[in-house]
Design a protein around this ligand. Sequence first.
Ligand code: FAD
Ligand code: NAG
Ligand code: NAG
Ligand code: NAG
Ligand code: NAG
Ligand code: NAG
Ligand code: NAG
Ligand code: NAG
Ligand code: NAG
Ligand code: NAG
Length: 596
Amino acid sequence: MAGLSLNACGITFWATVFLVASTGATPVDSSSSTSRCKVYPGDAAWPSDDAWAKLNKATDNRLLIKPEPQASVCYNGPLYDAAKCAELTTDWGRSYTHFDDPIEMMSPVAQGMTCLPPDVFNSHNCTRGGFPMYVINATEPKHVQLGVDFARETGVRLIIKNTGHDFLGKSGGKDSLSIWTHHFKSIDYIEKFEDEKLGYSGPAFKAGVGVQAFEIYKAAHDKGRAVVGGEGETVGIFGGYIQGGGHSPLSSLYGTGADQVLSFDVVTADGKFVVANSTSNPDLFWAMRGGGGSTFGVATAVTVKAHPDMPTTASRFGFTSEKIGNETFWAGVRTYVDYFIPNADAGTYAYFLLLPNITTGIFSFKMSPFFAPNKTLEQTTTLLQPWFTRLNDLGITFDPNITHFDSYYDAWKSSFPLEVVEKINATTGSRMFPRANFETEAKRDELLNNLRKSSENNRVQVHFNIKAVDPSNADNAVNPAWRPNILFAQQAVRWPVNATSAEILKIRQDFQTGDMQRWRDSSPGAGSYLAEADRLEPNFGQAFFGTNYPRLLELKTKWDPEDVFFVTTGVGSERWKVESVDGLPNENGKLCRVTT
Ligand SMILES: Cc1cc2nc3c(=O)[nH]c(=O)nc-3n(C[C@H](O)[C@H](O)[C@H](O)COP(=O)(O)OP(=O)(O)OC[C@H]3O[C@@H](n4cnc5c(N)ncnc54)[C@H](O)[C@@H]3O)c2cc1C
Ligand SMILES: *[C@@H]1O[C@H](CO)[C@@H](O)[C@H](O)[C@H]1NC(C)=O
Ligand SMILES: *[C@@H]1O[C@H](CO)[C@@H](O)[C@H](O)[C@H]1NC(C)=O
Ligand SMILES: *[C@@H]1O[C@H](CO)[C@@H](O)[C@H](O)[C@H]1NC(C)=O
Ligand SMILES: *[C@@H]1O[C@H](CO)[C@@H](O)[C@H](O)[C@H]1NC(C)=O
Ligand SMILES: *[C@@H]1O[C@H](CO)[C@@H](O)[C@H](O)[C@H]1NC(C)=O
Ligand SMILES: *[C@@H]1O[C@H](CO)[C@@H](O)[C@H](O)[C@H]1NC(C)=O
Ligand SMILES: *[C@@H]1O[C@H](CO)[C@@H](O)[C@H](O)[C@H]1NC(C)=O
Ligand SMILES: *[C@@H]1O[C@H](CO)[C@@H](O)[C@H](O)[C@H]1NC(C)=O
Ligand SMILES: *[C@@H]1O[C@H](CO)[C@@H](O)[C@H](O)[C@H]1NC(C)=O
């Protein structure tokens, strides 16, 4: 293993770099263990240009130095270009604009809103904000090892960016060194993968961690297979998604993304390149299946189960309160709640929206889509008919289009639109409502009133009626709240574009003590999903990791005793805080220890 031999001399290599680089004063590595904050520009311990140049050389010239935010073409300075700015403004919403870039994140709010196209949001200036200072455009484990060693030995903050989809901005960090994993793009099909301990014998894919949903779904389809992944076209299935759990249009059949993992190739905090599977580093294997990205190591490849491809039926429809009025509208939504348990138990997935319009006072329900993998048109129609009859009885017109596809891939391609970048004036909170919330008439009434209240408070709601039970009962770190889940619910709070930092903070805090607390109160002991949640979620250890938290914290200390890896709301993150310049929860500030 090239990685091990490299690591054996890694420390010596970096010691040499810093002996050459520093003026001979303090040994550089003292910073990481004792200083209050990570090392930043202006600190005596900040690596010299020469040290960065050595890192660049060692990584085959793959170090990007101060990559510019894309919107710098919109602001006064050497890169100003009105035509390019206009083009960027047009393309801003497309996820491709962001994941193909070494630093951009899908969540501008978490970046700190310091450089956006003025027509999207006028940041009046373009500064780096929560973006990293240096980026290793990694394509080999060796590049990752060098980045991890450099960060550990210098005390510079380390981040990992794959696609940048994380809702909370966990792929950003001011003035950090970033390892960009986007170009680990290999996909290998394994006819027969056997692991007695995991009880799996069957086909598998080994994929580089930069592989995205549209790529693995196509590769799987070509082999007559289907792989568990997210609905979004460009989500990085083998990075943050899979380590954080990951829900899927196939979850009601096969469980979470993390439940599919057979093996990881990982660079750990000590710079070693290891395998984490059921027999090699099994505790790391356990933790990385659900314990969250950028916490225990950097994966470079992941092996997952490959399931048979299957015909799939999908359906889209909707209705609004415009002609029928509020009471009938909510009665219609209420009839649906009666079918959440049977529909999830039947192996289906439903993605639906509840949209308020404060100007018109009109509410909308949008099913987009109801997704029935492995079901014929007839089976799907039979499943939906009892609910449709009740909607008809209420006089609700909803115009269903039920379409059958020969494969999961074709159904997925036709059913889910390309995802867009997140809003500049919104934040999403989430809750996993368990089966207990749907088992009685009274509980279903309570749930409906809960959703209605959020709509009346002008929250945009996105819901997933799914379960996430792994038929093989994998023992892993997936949030236990996924197991009884029936409704994974998201609601977004919005604020005026011109609101001050203090106003935004107040609105966000009120959202947590108001609408989010009401959701928590009605689902005691349940949780939230770490990749689609609010940075202000209180008691994040319980919410994102549940009863696994104490063990995960022990494993964090074992595998990363120096906190080389940090992400906000990650395991062990309570020891650190991003001290943002505007006091808002974002990445635009130094990462410092929480002093007691
Ligand atoms: C439009 C949209 C649709 C989505 N749809 C779904 C969905 O259907 N189901 C679902 O479950 N989620 C969904 N998500 C959430 C998504 O799973 C998370 O945003 C997830 O974090 C994305 O992982 P990523 O690697 O692509 O993103 P990134 O933001 O690049 O990374 C996420 C986190 O993982 C870390 N990380 C990334 N790669 C590695 C690695 N190789 N090793 C260690 N750490 C790593 C990063 O540091 C970061 O902390 C969606 C998000 C968006 C914006
Ligand atoms: C823009 O930001 C730069 C870098 O922080 C700063 O030097 C400059 O004064 C700022 N310009 C304005 C107009 O705020
Ligand atoms: C990153 O590396 C890939 C693969 O070598 C290359 O195609 C791409 O252009 C690089 N990106 C940047 C911004 O350097
Ligand atoms: C786990 O990884 C080790 C080390 O690479 C390997 O020897 C072993 O065969 C793997 N186990 C399985 C079930 O693949
Ligand atoms: C609300 O409805 C008005 C009038 O139809 C429309 O112009 C506006 O875009 C809607 N707002 C939202 C947030 O959908
Ligand atoms: C429906 O409820 C909304 C929000 O509570 C309100 O603004 C609207 O006027 C109501 N519509 C009708 C027709 O009563
Ligand atoms: C899919 O349907 C086939 C045929 O009805 C069945 O044999 C198979 O078990 C189903 N798969 C799953 C995962 O339910
Ligand atoms: C129904 O949906 C399918 C698949 O999305 C689409 O091709 C078809 O045009 C739709 N039919 C109607 C009548 O809208
Ligand atoms: C959020 O910003 C958009 C523009 O991007 C604006 O249309 C909308 O009204 C804003 N929302 C609120 C609640 O002000
Ligand atoms: C934001 O704009 C609104 C309407 O234009 C105005 O009433 C409000 O005072 C502004 N708020 C701030 C903080 O500028």
